[in-house]
Design a protein around this ligand. Structure first.
Ligand SMILES: Cc1cc2nc3c(=O)[nH]c(=O)nc-3n(C[C@H](O)[C@H](O)[C@H](O)COP(=O)(O)OP(=O)(O)OC[C@H]3O[C@@H](n4cnc5c(N)ncnc54)[C@H](O)[C@@H]3O)c2cc1C
Length: 395
């Protein structure tokens, strides 16, 4: 495939650039912006703006409010968003995971009810998969849903629920039947988070931030109309959503590219014995290694995206992207900390370069190799489903 941009694609880039300049909050581009205390409201407003500008979900089909963007337009989009370090997408789960899954498997009623509000950010979503005893082994989940007329009464506990504290709805997996085989008897629900039976408790990470939560379900209620796919057949649905999740995470190749460029700037800025670190052959060797790996991951992502566009839905290749990108990201931030020598441990206002950007992201990078399925699980998936090797004995 030819990855040079046509005049039309460059025109799209200019249009998006102009839109970003006009719509990013004051101080965003020159680094003087201060995030308000109510970050969630700010991010909801930002998503609303993206929607009004036609940039909330450019890859979605036009009939669902997207732009039917081409692969190359998607690449331009990612490059430009990363270039300005655009605010985070608060409805990431809705746009990249729940929306595409509903388009693929949802009923017409579910599509009409939920998709428009996902796009505007009016309803923020979270993903209720993991439980205290079900992570990599997701099919071991124990949260139960019991039928009561047209209602389902749900009891159990979810954990690591990103956005749970700001979410209006949850794409939740619950056990509706206890068959011998644990992959059977699971059902996927579109749960209303704003009800008495749902309690969300924060989990504070080692970087001091609050991104995810424990969610307790005490007689929470869902309805027949909230079921995605068939009752007891939710495993297939859960995998469809995970494929979208991993492909979405793979798009971090663009962030990685930007982070690599930022790291190059750091190696030029920091000095040892009066010389920029970039002149040190050992630093050069690590930087070349990181460059080669991140460039390779970008090309691999392009290849997988091309395949996905041909098939119309993501495939198992998303596991490769997810694995490679998260592991290189971790190595890149470890290198950034190491370049700062003993000052690498200084954090927040004491940080010597980049205002704590490197320390924050270094701490966060460990989670990236876990969320969306750990690196070991991606390796198992690649081994079994891409390379055709024998199945993991543990499952
Ligand atoms: C940043 C972040 C965001 C998250 N967001 C969400 C969310 O929004 N919603 C949600 O439901 N969950 C979320 N999670 C949870 C995440 O999906 C789980 O943490 C993950 O699936 C691993 O499960 P676990 O933590 O139970 O670890 P375990 O499954 O207990 O794994 C422990 C260790 O054993 C290894 N291991 C386990 N099984 C195997 C095997 N078969 N072969 C080889 N090694 C194995 C793992 O790789 C890992 O190193 C998030 C996690 C993080 C870090």
């Amino acid at each position: 495939m030819d990855f040079s941009f046509t005049e039309q694609e460059e025109a799209f880039r200019q249009e998006l650039r102009a839109w970003l300049e006009a719509n990013l909050p004051e101080g965003w581009l020159d680094g003087t912006f201060n995030m308000p205390d109510d970050e969630a409201s700010f991010l909801r407003d930002w998503q609303r703006k993206l929607y009004e500008g036609g940039y909330a979900a450019i890859a979605w089909p036009k009939e669902y409010g997207g732009r039917d963007a081409t692969l190359m337009e998607e690449i331009v989009y990612h490059q430009e968003m990363v270039r300005v370090k655009a605010p985070a997408l608060i409805n990431y789960v809705g746009i990249h995971m729940v929306g595409p899954t509903l388009m693929q498997i949802g009923t017409e009623e579910q599509k009409a009810t939920y998709i428009p509000k996902i796009l505007t950010g009016e309803e923020v979503w979270c993903q209720g998969y993991s439980e205290p005893n079900a992570g990599s082994d997701l099919a071991a989940l124990q949260t139960s849903a019991v039928k009561d007329g047209d209602k389902w009464i749900i009891n159990g506990q979810k954990v690591w629920t990103s956005f749970g504290h700001v979410a209006d709805r949850c794409f939740l997996l619950a056990r509706t039947n206890r068959y011998d085989k644990k992959h059977k008897g699971i059902t996927a629900f579109l749960l209303d988070m704003n009800q008495e039976g749902v309690e969300t408790r924060p989990i504070i990470q080692m970087d001091g931030k609050h991104d995810f939560n424990e969610v307790y379900l005490n007689n929470a209620v869902a309805y027949d109309a909230d079921i995605v796919g068939a009752v007891d057949e939710g495993w297939r649905v859960s995998i469809a959503l995970l494929m979208h999740e991993r492909t979405g995470i793979g798009a971090q190749v663009f962030t990685l590219e930007q982070q690599f460029n930022d790291l190059v700037a750091v190696t030029k800025e920091l000095e040892a014995d009066g010389e920029p670190l970039m002149n040190d052959p050992f630093v050069q060797r690590t930087m070349v290694d990181l460059y080669a790996r991140s460039r390779g991951s970008l090309l691999n992502y392009y290849r997988n995206l091309t395949k996905q566009l041909k098939k119309g839905h993501p495939g198992v290749e998303g596991s490769m992207d997810k694995l490679i990108v998260s592991e290189i990201t971790k190595d890149l931030f470890a290198q950034a900390i190491s370049l700062q020598g003993h000052q690498g441990v200084l954090w927040k206002e004491d940080a010597v370069v980049g205002g704590s950007y490197w320390q924050d992201n270094y701490l966060y990078s460990f989670g990236q190799t876990i969320g969306g399925g750990t690196s070991e699980i991606q390796k198992n998936t690649i081994a079994e489903r891409i390379l055709g090797l024998p199945k993991d004995m543990g499952r």
